[in-house]
Design a binder for this molecule. Structure first.
Ligand SMILES: Cc1cc2nc3c(=O)[nH]c(=O)nc-3n(C[C@H](O)[C@H](O)[C@H](O)COP(=O)(O)OP(=O)(O)OC[C@H]3O[C@@H](n4cnc5c(N)ncnc54)[C@H](O)[C@@H]3O)c2cc1C
Length: 319
């Protein structure tokens, strides 16, 4: 059995970002079919585009309880069809990290969390995942059917140009033990750090919450592709929302570009961003640990460096 089931996230009647990336991850481990399961309370925008990025079939499961995230119902639905598949893939978002183990428990199958790469190794699926706050990489062979929770951004979305047929899936009866009362959007309505191609994070070096405006300007210069993140020190100080926190007790991000501004690079922060494709660090302390993981390090005062960088990005994008 080589087919893969990918469970996609829906919010407010639309697919969440990252569906194409998860389908690309699935394509790495199969020449067979990739089916995308979409659980919702009604119509979902974007399903017709899934074929182009790698879904052979889009399986829709409708239930009124799926109007908000319903872990019991979605896990029951995914597990009810999982025996037809070699593996079930879920994105390692805040929701996916909750959902993946629930599906695995119902399947009585293993669950590999926070995976950054996956390939076939003989008949097993070989996955790599950071452990000990990113200090080491663990390689696991998943030899039976199982759930693999893949870090967002691990693979870029590909083009497959398949038609992407649709089919309905029955929702089995389930007991709703957990109810999501509401999903509160960030006050800024800004891009999520876990989904953005560029993440610019600020730390205590900013000195004052109002100086996050410098990072907002730099993010704006990237034309809507950048999100502003934060270290835990500034989240704890109330300078930024918890949703923006990057690190062991915040979000894990793997953007194409991560810019750390006035962040020392504590191990707990690195745990959330060290798999970014390109890391740029701006810090006035040349011995700051962040420079050990940075591809480009700028030793200098952020209040001079960031405005200069913003101007350079604006100029580069204008051409
Ligand atoms: C269990 C646990 C979980 C944790 N989880 C997380 C987590 O998820 N995410 C996280 O981030 N942290 C986490 N932490 C906290 C972590 O250990 C650090 O305390 C925190 O990351 C430090 O934040 P910071 O880099 O902003 O501040 P600091 O360590 O104070 O660093 C500030 C940096 O700014 C530089 N700087 C100052 N002024 C300027 C300037 N004008 N120009 C340029 N540079 C300047 C300084 O040289 C310094 O390097 C956790 C800690 C524990 C114990």
């Amino acid at each position: 059995m080589t087919d893969i089931l990918v469970v996609l996230e829906v919010r407010d009647g639309a697919l969440r970002k990252g569906a194409g990336e998860l389908l690309a991850a699935a394509r790495r481990i199969t020449d067979g079919s990739v089916d995308a399961l979409v659980c919702s309370a009604g119509a979902v925008n974007g399903l017709d585009a899934l074929g182009a990025v790698g879904a052979d079939r889009v399986l829709t499961a409708l239930h009124p309880d799926f109007a908000t995230y319903c872990p019991d119902g979605i896990a029951a639905t995914a597990a009810s069809i999982a025996s037809s598949y070699r593996a079930v893939l879920v994105a390692a978002t805040a929701t996916g990290k909750d959902l993946g183990p629930r599906i695995a428990a119902r399947m009585n199958a293993p669950c590999a969390m926070d995976v950054t790469s996956l390939d076939m190794n003989g008949n097993a699926i070989r996955v790599v995942r950071p452990v000990y706050a990113g200090k080491a990489l663990q390689t696991l062979d998943v030899s039976s059917s199982g759930v693999i929770v893949v870090r967002p951004g691990a693979y870029p979305a590909g083009q497959h140009g398949r038609p992407g047929a649709t089919a309905a899936v029955n929702v089995p009866s389930f007991t709703r033990r957990l109810e999501v009362a509401a999903v509160r959007k960030s006050d800024k309505g800004a891009l999520d750090v876990a989904e953005a191609r560029v993440v610019i994070s600020g730390g205590r070096g900013l000195g004052d919450p109002k100086n996050f405006a410098l990072l907002d300007e730099l993010a704006a210069a990237f034309g809507g592709e950048a999100a502003v993140g934060a270290s835990r020190a500034v989240v704890d100080a109330g300078w930024a929302e918890h949703g923006a926190q990057v690190g062991q007790t915040g979000k894990t991000v793997a953007p194409e570009l991560y810019i750390a501004v006035g962040i020392s690079g504590a191990i707990q922060h690195l745990a959330g961003m060290r798999t970014a494709k390109v890391i740029v660090a701006i810090n006035r302390d040349k011995d700051a640990p962040i420079f050990k993981v940075a591809d480009y390090g700028i030793v200098g005062d952020l209040f001079e460096v960031v405005p200069a960088l913003t101007a350079a990005v604006k100029q580069a994008r204008a051409h």
